[in-house]
Design a protein around this ligand. Structure first.
Ligand SMILES: *[C@@H]1O[C@H](CO)[C@@H](O)[C@H](O)[C@H]1NC(C)=O
Ligand SMILES: *[C@@H]1O[C@H](CO)[C@@H](O)[C@H](O)[C@H]1NC(C)=O
Length: 422
């Protein structure tokens, strides 16, 4: 009897225990993809070299499910074919020493990579990458969060989401310089929910982004779009429901036309506090876009906000610019490309260019990323010895996947290396 009661109590407690999926992917994870679990519960894989493939390479690391990937090396990984990420993988680029990690030469696929967490990586595709492919392609899958990525030089789109995709967040990331002739920021089209928070769309002729479906576009900066348009509002027969809040659109040398285009009555936008600076005069002096359909490319304006998972803090558009410029992209260490892009924005309309070849001036390729020195990791569990002592884990026991406060030790270490709130 007592045993039965005890087991009943245990059963009830088990039911009451918060479901694992309520755990944020990391402190500061927001939007539709915030509950991605990544490789938690799996094993830790340490990337130890900059080779394109083979043991210790990034490609090998993300090729199997249920892994948390950390780095004992920094620098540029030249990739010939596309990197394909498996389900339930966490990629913690901020753990890399030196200047962090850049992949160059082709793009990545996150299609079907359900439950991905990807942070602090530069994904630079380039002219040598597969024709008609994207910098990042996501054509199927759910529950993913992309944070502090720098994605450039897509041959088709730069970061593209379409198809049967749900619960995705792209936050604090740079999506820029899609290569001409296509030169697109990206299609973001799914009914499954995509949050785009505090990103920088820069130097794309068109699709900065092109949105369809269920979308939350908050506190982004869009700079120097080309003749194809900045925010493209669906332009379709399908229904779209989007929040568009606190964004800043800044024209650059390549820009013509307004901040919004190609909306119709099928596109319902809840719009608030969006700013537009069209004058290319070297100062940030835009004004708020009045809430009329004509200022928003002809979309239908919704009177109430769509009930989507919002950022904890919604900034005014001008504050969003300052925040984005200081922290967007793989900004633990900014590389020459991101530095160039950020400086273009800071010219407030004077500088900026659509490019067709990343190797030519002014970009001159991916630049040099410092390798740094791998820290001592005596137990080989992915966490450096000196950090283990601080974290309260053991430098002589492989205990990096033990969970404390909802995160594994290795995640707690990675989370401690970067800001946790915005
Ligand atoms: C997306 O997230 C919502 C809310 O957390 C959840 O109810 C839904 O099942 C998720 N969809 C998928 C495909 O995981
Ligand atoms: C913007 O992105 C697209 C595609 O992703 C790319 O082709 C284009 O060159 C980029 N830049 C400009 C200025 O159009």
């Amino acid at each position: 009897m007592i045993l039965q009661v005890a087991s009943l109590i245990v059963g009830v407690l088990t039911l009451l225990r918060p479901v694992l999926s309520e755990q944020l992917a990391f402190p500061g994870a927001e939007g539709f993809g915030r509950y991605a679990t990544g490789g938690r519960g799996g094993s830790v894989y340490t990337v130890t070299n900059l080779k394109d493939s083979g043991p210790g390479s990034l490609r090998d690391a993300v090729s199997k499910t249920d892994r948390i990937v950390v780095f004992a090396v920094g620098g540029t990984i030249n990739i010939e074919s596309r990197i394909v990420v498996s389900k339930s993988v966490t990629i913690l680029g901020q753990t890399a020493p030196g200047g962090g990690i850049t992949t160059y030469g082709n793009g990545w696929s996150f299609s079907n990579a359900d439950n991905t967490i990807a942070r602090y990586i530069r994904i630079r595709m380039g002219k040598g990458g597969d024709a008609r492919k994207d910098g990042i392609a996501l054509a199927e899958g759910s529950n993913m969060i992309f944070d502090h990525l720098s994605v450039t030089w897509g041959r088709d789109e730069t970061f593209s989401i379409s198809g049967d995709v749900s619960n995705i967040t792209i936050q604090n990331s740079i999506i820029g310089q899609g290569l001409e002739p296509h030169s697109c920021g990206g299609l973001i089209q799914t009914d499954g929910g995509v949050s785009l928070f505090r990103n920088l769309y820069i130097d794309n002729k068109t699709r900065n982004p092109k949105v369809k479906g269920k979308n939350d576009f908050t506190n982004n900066v869009v700079y120097n779009w080309g003749g194809g348009g900045a925010y493209i509002a669906g332009d379709s027969d399908g229904k779209s429901s989007a929040n568009i809040i606190g964004n800043y659109f800044i024209s650059g040398p390549s820009s013509s036309g307004g901040a919004f285009t190609r909306g119709n009555a099928n596109f319902n936008g809840y719009v608030l506090d969006n700013f537009y600076d069209p004058n290319k005069n070297g100062a940030l002096d835009g004004t708020a876009l009045g809430a009329s359909s004509s200022n928003y490319g002809g979309m239908a304006l919704a009177s109430t906000k769509f009930d989507y998972p919002a950022p904890e803090k919604i900034l005014g558009a001008t504050d969003a610019v300052a925040h984005v410029l200081s922290s967007v992209g793989a900004s633990k260490v900014r590389d020459p490309v991101d530095t160039l892009l950020i400086n273009e924005v800071k010219s407030w309309g004077k500088n900026g260019k659509l490019i067709s070849d990343e190797k030519a001036s002014p970009v001159n390729g991916p630049g040099v990323v410092a390798s740094g020195a791998a820290a001592k990791d005596s137990d080989g569990d992915g966490i450096p010895d000196d950090t283990e002592t601080k974290l309260g884990s053991s430098p002589s026991v492989a205990d990096s996947i033990e969970v404390k406060d909802g995160y594994t030790n290795v995640e707690n270490w990675a989370n401690s290396l970067v800001p946790s709130s915005y």
